[in-house]
Design a protein around this ligand. Structure first.
Ligand code: SAH
Ligand code: SF4
Ligand code: F3S
Length: 430
């Protein structure tokens, strides 16, 4: 019997994909995936520190591992990801959870296999301060999905939004070579993947010749029937040429996730976002000029330091003006080491009350938009089937469920929306 692993992933798509690389490293060494941490020989926690709530949840789960470690002292506990890369993060984890065996950071992810091979019962703690360009190229990947696959186009972030920890834990921006990205995509399409999502913290600043629009155009020109998506875009960098490429190829999902964060120019400036509410709305108009039915989603934060009721109402107004099909709402969380941590903080009660009002407003907008889609026919990529019900997404990234009759995951089908449930559609094959 070979050895087994169990990976718990927290945080964004970047981490979800990096866990596939960790699984790849383990598979190459003959490990298979365990169904539960209790059954595993190696447990890996791939962590996130974007908000305090994430760290609290992870700490709770790490606490639970103590029992597993007591029952099976031979199990190896490894912790990696953004929480370990954070300044002082690894030390804090060891102090609080002394039974962790291996700790590594975001910059030495691919070294995990070597740490495991060399592990002889002595705690291994290794965090690299600097990123190594090209480090993750060519690593084995064990993908969780059969229809959707992630492909990194860049790593890191240079934007330093004043609230955000990501630039500190992911290092400076570095773009992968276009030829490597296209070769990865070609391989995935040949394997039968039908949806590819290009990943980066700010894909619009893709730095290789031709820029992001050039990469998108070349990626969409690959032969085969597939759906191409990307995330995340920064409003300051999303240019018309990118949207033009999206409008020209029906392989590209007609959807943009464009985090606005706030509708107040004063707050946006303090956030170091480098656009105004007006500029953001102009970008939305530009997108709709090329893609009138584009799905739009966004991230919004409430309770940024010094946010007044008037600032908050500017955010609500922007959300009402754009009418996002999906909105991810967050309460600002103070991240030490970031500039916003030193600004005047807002009481938690005020933040809670504001987010409740914002969510209530979006709960009217989202389903109303879904209602407007009822009666229309959409191209849907079937992602999975459970109990005879197929689930997939439209080209504008709206959830659709429909009777699976003869459909397989990975099929593109035409579906008429019959009704909606919240923001999702329920339809029938046409
Ligand atoms: N690179 C992406 C994703 C960043 S993290 C981007 O720029 O959009 C995803 C979201 O988490 C952000 O858009 C922001 O809304 C939220 N976020 C980041 N830092 C936060 C903090 N300190 N408190 C609360 N939310 C935060
Ligand atoms: Fe964070 Fe801003 Fe970079 Fe996004 S663009 S990862 S919010 S610093
Ligand atoms: Fe979290 Fe790191 Fe992603 S902090 S959101 S896992 S880049």
């Amino acid at each position: 019997m070979g050895k087994s692993y169990y990976i718990s992933t927290f945080g964004c798509q970047m981490n979800v994909h990096e866990s596939e690389k960790l699984a790849g490293l383990l598979s190459v060494r003959g490990y298979f995936e365990a169904l539960s941490p209790e059954k595993a020989d190696v447990i890996v926690f791939n962590t996130c520190c974007i908000r305090e709530t994430a760290e609290t949840r992870i700490a709770g789960r790490l606490g639970n591992l103590k029992r597993i470690k007591e029952e099976n002292p031979r199990v190896i506990l490894a912790v990696c990801g953004c929480m370990t890369q954070k300044k002082g993060g690894a030390e804090a984890l060891i102090k609080r959870f002394p039974y962790i065996d291996i700790i590594f950071g975001t910059h030495n992810l691919t070294q995990f296999g070597a740490y495991l091979d060399a592990y002889e019962g002595k705690k291994t703690v290794e965090i690299w301060e600097k990123e190594t360009p090209g480090e993750e190229d060519g690593t084995a990947v064990k993908r969780a999905g059969t229809v959707n696959a992630w492909v990194n186009i860049m790593y890191g972030c240079n934007n330093f939004c004043s609230y955000c920890i990501v630039p500190y834990v992911r290092g400076r921006e570095r773009s992968r070579k276009k030829a490597d990205i296209l070769a990865d995509m070609r391989g995935l399409l040949d394997e039968g993947y039908k949806e590819i999502t290009l990943l980066g913290q700010n894909v619009n600043s893709y730095g290789e010749p031709g820029g992001f629009s050039g990469l998108l155009a070349d990626a969409a020109a690959l032969s085969g029937t597939f759906k191409l998506k990307f995330m995340t875009s920064h409003p300051k960098d999303l240019t018309e040429d990118v949207v033009r490429v999206m409008a020209m190829s029906d392989k590209l999902a007609a959807h943009i996730h464009l985090p606005v964060q706030s509708g107040s120019d004063r707050v946006l400036s303090l956030m170091n976002r480098k656009y105004t509410g007006k500029k953001y709305l102009e970008t939305i108009d530009m997108i709709r000029k090329y893609l009138p039915n584009a799905g739009l989603s966004s991230d919004v934060m409430v309770g940024f330091p010094t946010e007044t009721e008037a600032d908050f109402l500017d955010t609500v107004r922007l959300v009402e003006t754009v009418r996002f099909s999906n909105l991810f709402t967050f309460i600002y969380s103070r991240r030490s080491g970031t500039p916003a941590a030193d600004m005047a903080q807002i009481p938690y009660k005020v933040k809670q009350e504001r987010i409740a009002r914002l969510i209530a407003r979006q709960k009217e907008i989202g389903p109303a938009l879904a209602g407007e889609a009822v009666g229309r026919v959409f191209t849907v990529l079937c992602e999975e089937i459970h109990g005879g019900v197929a689930r997939g997404k439209t080209q504008c990234e709206r959830e659709m469920t429909f009777p699976a009759d003869g459909v397989k995951p990975g099929d593109f089908v035409r579906v008429r929306a019959l009704r909606h449930k919240n923001t999702g559609l329920i339809g029938e094959l046409v």
